[in-house]
Design a protein around this ligand. Structure first.
Ligand SMILES: Nc1ncnc2c1ncn2[C@@H]1O[C@H](COP(=O)(O)OP(=O)(O)OP(=O)(O)O)[C@@H](O)[C@H]1O
Length: 586
């Protein structure tokens, strides 16, 4: 399956603004109560702002012109109280929506992270870690900014604008129509440029993702960079990505600010229309000065929110572009689903490959029509030239990938019918490059092994003894409490393999796969491991991938893996011969 997010985004069909808005609102639907409260605060706020010009006009016409200062004082007091209420409702609205934004951010990040945990290995080999980090951190924050800062302003602006529009038309229809005409031009303009603004923002977010991927790559490979003195190379690459990001950011910035001057120009024009046309109406006796002042306020109340909407619309376009990138991840499904297949082939073998074909996404076929089986309690060795397909074959045994054609059976049942938990209990895999987490040796041994999770050090040491692993643990100065730093630089590659070995053995798997697990271990420790392997429960099946032939001399069966084939190699001598010739020796 194609999991490359950059390719998916290219193919994605265009979604309408309305559809995206609907999805965004669904995302915060569980915040109904807070949203409702915030909305009530907006309605109160906007209504008070809308009524105040009328009160001002009324005060001027009835009390200022006639010099009745008691009335002026009374209405000033009423206006002051109204402004106080708007202050409170404004605060309430900001507080409520800030909470909604942060909770949405929290939920979204959790949702993306959980989705990432569900996705298969192919997803991670097709996407850059830095870009994924940027989606989890940066893109979700764009949505948070929209929800916490813009959404309610957005609604409040629309509400005030519509209210002011109604007042403008009701007070004087002809003057109202003339005042609102520039808004129509703004609406048409917005409709035309919105898609372009969103696209500019999407390009910018993508380049932020690339920048983050570049930083991640150079940070995780700093030793190679220093050893080869290639700082200049990475600096140059970083500079290129940074420049690209700078250019796309400028593009997005221009796109995002395009609304503001255009909206500003047309709102200025509208006020001019009110002034000129309003003075004309006063001169012919159809309007009063107080009414014109109120009218001007309504025009301002209509166009100011519209001007704000210009900035908010950009923020909405940024959020939509961010949401698109997030939803690309959320809508992915793992192609390693558990299938509902209870059929049992009646065999007694632990693992069977039945006419298995396999190719990586978009690549050539790596395994062609492979059939073999592994019996319980036996030791198998996979040998073959570099790139011959050994790790790929082992990965199919652990269902890191599914066969493109054919079937893999575990205990006579389709391997796809086991849940990930069941499968990981049955199959232990020591990878070529074992990964350790920040923590202690104990944390790493217990990773994915819930059976001993509450064990004290003493109890766990007993278990380790029972599995004959105490000799390995003794190789660590502080035993179970040995600290492992974030990139496990404080321990050697061989030591990492030893920890991975203990982790896998303690799980008591039915099938234990060791992929080059002794490649970085001295011969004495290797002997120690080989003794431990001999003491594993007699029904444990072992698959050993190794280049060093001494590691596989005790194997019951040797398979030669090369050029898409997995062939029985017979005796060790025969296997050596095949390895030397790099092909089948008949
Ligand atoms: N994630 C991947 N995506 C695409 N192709 C891959 C991937 N992993 C391996 N390959 C290709 O599959 C082929 C077999 O690789 P594999 O790692 O199985 O070989 P191997 O026999 O284990 O090699 P080595 O002895 O070097 O570990 C190689 O041509 C390799 O380029």
């Amino acid at each position: 399956m194609n999991y490359d997010l950059n390719q998916i985004s290219g193919k994605e069909e265009k979604k309408s603004t309305f559809a995206v808005l609907k999805k965004l609102l669904q995302l915060i639907s569980h915040e109904r109560k807070n949203l409702l409260l915030a909305f009530v605060a907006i309605v109160i706020n906007s209504t008070l702002l809308l009524v105040s010009p009328l009160i001002i006009g009324h005060t001027i016409d009835n009390y200022v012109i006639t010099k009745q200062f008691n009335g002026v004082l009374l209405y000033s007091g009423i206006l002051f109280m109204m402004y106080l209420v708007t202050l409170l409702t404004g605060y309430l609205q900001t507080k409520l929506m800030g909470g909604v934004g942060q909770r949405t951010l929290y939920t979204l990040r959790n949702a993306i992270f959980s989705k990432l945990q569900e996705l298969p290995v192919s997803f991670f080999s097709q996407n850059k870690a830095g870009d994924l980090i940027s989606r989890v951190n940066n893109d979700t924050d764009k949505l948070n900014q929209f929800f916490s800062q813009s959404l309610m302003q957005f609604l409040s602006s629309i509400f005030t604008m519509l209210g002011a529009g109604v007042f403008l038309l009701v007070i004087n229809f002809k003057l109202g129509t003339a005042t609102l005409a520039p808004a129509l031009i703004i609406l048409i303009f917005t409709g035309f440029v919105s898609a372009w603004v969103k696209k500019k923002n999407a390009i910018n977010l993508k380049s932020v993702g690339n920048l983050s991927a570049g930083i991640q790559e150079s940070l995780s490979n700093f030793k190679v960079i220093i050893a080869f003195n290639r700082r200049d190379y990475f600096r140059k690459r970083f500079d290129e990505t940074n420049q690209q990001n700078y250019k796309t950011a400028i593009g997005a910035g221009i796109a995002n600010t395009i609304f503001v001057p255009v909206f500003g120009f047309f709102s200025g024009a509208a006020q001019l229309i009110v002034l000129v046309y309003g003075i004309h109406l006063i001169s012919i006796g159809e309007f009063t000065i107080g009414l014109l002042i109120s009218y001007l306020s309504y025009a301002v109340n209509f166009y100011n929110p519209l001007r704000q909407l210009a900035a908010l619309w950009s923020s909405f376009q940024v959020a939509m572009a961010g949401w698109d990138r997030i939803s690309q991840i959320l809508s992915l499904e793992s192609d390693l689903q558990v299938i509902d297949d209870t059929s049992f082939d009646g065999s007694n073998e632990l693992l069977t490959f039945k006419n298995v074909h396999f190719s990586y996404t978009g690549g050539e076929e790596i395994l062609h029509n492979i059939s073999f089986n592994l019996q319980k309690g036996k030791t198998y060795a996979l040998i073959g030239p570099t790139g011959g397909g050994k790790t790929t074959t082992a990965s199919l045994m652990a269902r890191l990938y599914d066969a493109t054609k054919g079937k893999v059976l575990l205990n006579g049942k389709d391997i796809r019918s086991y849940t990930a938990e069941e499968r990981s209990k049955k199959v232990g895999f020591i990878l070529q490059e074992p990964f350790l987490f920040t923590g202690t040796v104990k944390d790493n041994i217990l990773y994915s092994n819930s059976a001993y999770k509450d064990y004290s050090n003493d109890q766990l040491e007993e278990v380790i003894k029972g599995a004959h692993l105490e000799g390995i643990l003794a190789l660590f100065d502080k035993g179970l409490d040995t600290e492992i730093t974030s990139n496990s630089d404080n321990i050697s590659l061989g030591q990492k393999q030893l920890i991975a070995f203990m982790r896998a053995v303690l799980q008591s798997p039915e099938l234990l796969i060791l992929d080059e697990a002794t490649a970085n271990i001295d011969t004495i420790t290797e002997k120690l491991l080989s003794d431990i392997l001999k003491k594993l429960p007699k029904e444990t099946t072992l698959v050993i991938i190794a280049h060093r032939l001494n590691t596989i001399e005790n194997a019951d069966e040797i398979y030669f893996v090369n050029s898409g084939e997995v062939i029985k190699a017979g005796t060790l001598d025969h296997a050596m011969n095949m390895l030397v010739k790099g092909k089948r020796n008949s």
